[in-house]
Write a protein that binds this ligand. Structure first.
Ligand code: SF4
Length: 324
């Protein structure tokens, strides 16, 4: 397989007065060139920290992030910014918060081009920005509009145009549609898919919404308290979920049909603290199937079927019957 990104044993810990917060803890995953990996999990599971660590917005505590075979997590930040910043870009959740309200649309799209291409003349910067606006479906008449005059969908298109303006091949999309109305969400998801096809982009798509991830992902990694607890092709997780936590996440997806009833798996119990966590299954306090071993030993992420891995001591019990 042709992996653009390989993440190996990545850790990002934060020091707090109470101890070390294990925001990302020993994450290993690969992202195939031109494909999308969906990173899912509830708030606080470490998915955004993972994306920001890949982008070098956080420095990794340890581990590797290979981009085209080169470790970008371990290199000096100056070298990363000079040689790799334009290849790896991010689309943020709240475009309004990430846009300077004093700049108009054209200036906002021009900004990253001007900063990263000092060799470009003013005319070349403007031409490139106008091309990016057209690419993401922002009409030329909006050039002089300000972010507060636009709806959420158009503001997110500015964020996408800014990310694309440096011609990256890998983009971390951090909850890019969760602040948008449902009808606009579909437009932005379709735009991202079209851009991926046209430009061969590779995406890491971070979300807490399983129905969104179903629409866009080729592969899925489910995170729980800083760790990947299940990963597999996207279709596989929706048919043959193994880990009890993934089962609970999927059971929460509403079905738009009043004639179909669905049993929701409601999680009870306290969330384990991510500060200096014990060596045990971090889901044990909420798992309906927990046994003594779960509270005494940390399960490892292991392949149970080709391409399908889960971190659970009793995973074999949860493989749906009759699956190949
Ligand atoms: Fe549940 Fe135990 Fe599996 Fe953890 S290891 S998910 S507690 S059964």
């Amino acid at each position: 397989m042709d992996h653009l990104i390989e993440v190996k044993n990545l850790k990002k810990y934060f020091s707090t007065p109470r101890g070390e917060l294990h925001a990302v803890d020993n994450v290993t995953l690969n992202i195939e060139r031109g494909k999308t990996i969906g990173i899912v999990g509830e708030s606080g599971c470490g998915k955004s920290t993972l994306g920001k660590t890949l982008m070098r917005l956080h420095d990794a505590t340890s581990g590797e992030v290979l981009y085209n075979g080169t470790d970008i997590a371990g290199m000096p930040i100056k070298e990363f910014k000079k040689n790799y910043r334009s290849n790896i870009q991010m689309i943020f959740q709240d475009p309004y918060a990430s846009l300077d309200p004093r700049m108009n649309v054209l200036q906002l799209v021009e900004e990253p081009i001007r900063v990263n291409h000092k060799e470009f003349s003013k005319t070349e910067v403007t031409k490139k920005a106008q091309e990016m606006m057209e690419l993401v479906g922002l009409a030329a008449r909006l050039e002089s509009s300000y972010p507060h005059e636009l709806d959420g969908g158009r503001r997110q298109r500015i964020g996408i145009a800014r990310a694309l303006s440096l011609d990256p091949d890998f983009i971390v999309c951090d909850e890019p549609v969760s602040a948008l109305d449902v009808s606009i969400q579909a437009q932005i998801l379709n735009l991202l898919q079209d851009l991926q096809e046209e430009r061969g982009l590779t995406f890491m798509f971070i979300t807490h919404d399983m129905s969104v991830v179903k629409h866009i992902s080729d592969d899925i990694a489910v995170m729980y308290l800083g760790q990947v607890i299940e990963k597999c092709p996207a279709k596989e997780i929706f048919k043959n979920t193994i880990h009890p936590y993934s089962q609970a996440l999927l059971s929460a997806i509403p079905i738009p049909n009043v004639h179909i009833s669905k049993q929701r798996m409601v999680l009870k119990g306290e969330l384990t603290s991510p500060i200096d966590p014990k060596k045990c299954c971090r889901f044990a306090e909420r798992c309906p199937y927990a046994e003594d071993k779960c509270r005494a030993e940390e399960p490892v992420l292991r392949e149970l079927k080709p391409g399908h891995a889960a971190a659970c001591h009793y995973a074999e019990k949860f493989i749906p019957q009759g699956t190949p």
